[in-house]
Ligand binder design. Sequence first.
Ligand code: ARG
Length: 587
Amino acid sequence: NMGEENSGNVRKDLANLFEQSLRVTVPNEANVEPLVAACTGKFGDYQCNNAMGLWQKIKGASDFKAPRAVGEALKNNLPHSDMVRSLEVAGPGFVNVVLSESWIAKTIQKMLTNGIQTWAPRISVAKVVVDFSSPNIAKEMHVGHLRSTIIGDTLARMFEFSNVEVLRRNHVGDWGTQFGMLIEFLFEMFPNWEDAKETAIADLQKFYKDSKKRFDEDPAFKERAQKAVVRLQGGEATYRKAWAQICDISRKEFDGVYQRLGIRLEEKGESFYNPYIPDVLEKLSNLGLVEESQGARVIRVEGFEIPLIVVKSDGGFNYASTDLTALWYRLNEERAEWIIYVTDVGQSQHFEMFFKAARRAGWLPADSNTYPRVSHVGFGLVLGEDGKRFRTRNTEVVRLVDLLDEAKSRSKATLIQREKDKEWSKEELDQIAEAIGYGAVKYADLKNNRLTNYTFNFDQMLNDKGNTAVYLLYAHARICSIIRKSGVDIEELKKTGEIHLDHPSERALGVHLLRFAETVEEACANLLPNVLCDYLYNLSENFGKFYESCQVVGSNEQTSRLLLCESTAVVMRQCFHLLGIVPVYKI
Ligand code: ARG
């Protein structure tokens, strides 16, 4: 009897039961992994699919006459559990599991009393690095960086919820040859640059463009710029100071975006790793990995025609040498077990190559699923209405602040129009408009499988119907209002009331609530936030069906149903939190 030994993850707990059954059913087959999946429909809540595969292996060598008999045995050998109401073998041997209603109710109630934290996934790593956002100094922070910021933050939140220590790393591009040109241009344009107030460069992107133009057009400037790089890298004080000032201007701009989106990041830019590069390259050389090729120093990796360049022919380091060094640092100094990089899929090759180089060096195990491990979380493009790369009308690129401003002002306008008779303070209105506007931008991004391109469309993402943040935020606020209007003290009710799942729609809602833990765990394991979005949307749909067919306030089942409302609201809020969306309690 499993009794109270539940992890919160129903699928896993059932898999454990089937594992015990497998050991009895096929004692000669070692380590058969139990295949248990959630299912929807009239057959059951979960299904074990081991019978057919096992049959293929053991037929002839066992007493079983057909795959269905294997299924029957798996069913009969399953240890008794409070979780299970009934079991049934279907078709060629599927074992369908129907969960016990009283167990579902009890489990939800326990979560209400002890908190949603008790449903946090249990993940077997202690520390992960999420390397995300990572814009480049003086260059534009574009929608690609916005995607990385949104996806990376969600992944970090999911791991944090799972009690994993997360190092949220902003790997900003703050080093490299472009700084020679930027510094010389700073000296030229702002002779009093050392007084930071004098150098209030309003538009760093324009500054970058202008300096690039100067670099391309004037050979004397170009030469000075090239010398400036050497002096900066040599650590000359004036050059370091100018560099720091330029970085600071960019940093302020980036921070503005992070602040609005409620995103916490710790900057460890490329410059941080620079001093460690020579040592790391020496380690790699000592292993015999580094070769000479056309004046450059390279590492050959399997499956690629071209080698990975780690020292350019001019002796300088590059993106790859920095990433190899950062990886070394994260593994050895920071002792991270899983290092996750969030960038567009366009960078896949870079990641694949330096991951392979690290494997050759023995820094990572040969099996890419064994810890310590690395993952490149790639994502597709953001497209405009025209199906091309997203741009605004006049400007070349989309300024992120403008985008967020527009999301907010649009949702504010809709709110004012829709809720004419509400009396909101200016602060309240701003707060809700931000929650909805920024939430809409984030959700529109996260709900797609990250590898697909998606079309940026304000009208769509701010629609209050369909799978949007607006719809979900409204749904949550409505649940809160049901509870509020009942006049019942919900905290009291949690202590004394009981949940019953008699109506089919109550049961369906209950089962879906229970799937929260396994969903977050799956989203973490596969690094796919859209899995959580699907869950949240389905939760809201399940709630809708329940509310349509079951009267809550004033019914005989009021207590149980209010507790179901509260459970739904709690789980929805946790989903919002994990997606970086601020919940609204009252709209
Ligand atoms: N700065 C890079 C870019 O804008 C992204 C850096 C991603 N992180 C990394 N460790 N390579 O494309």
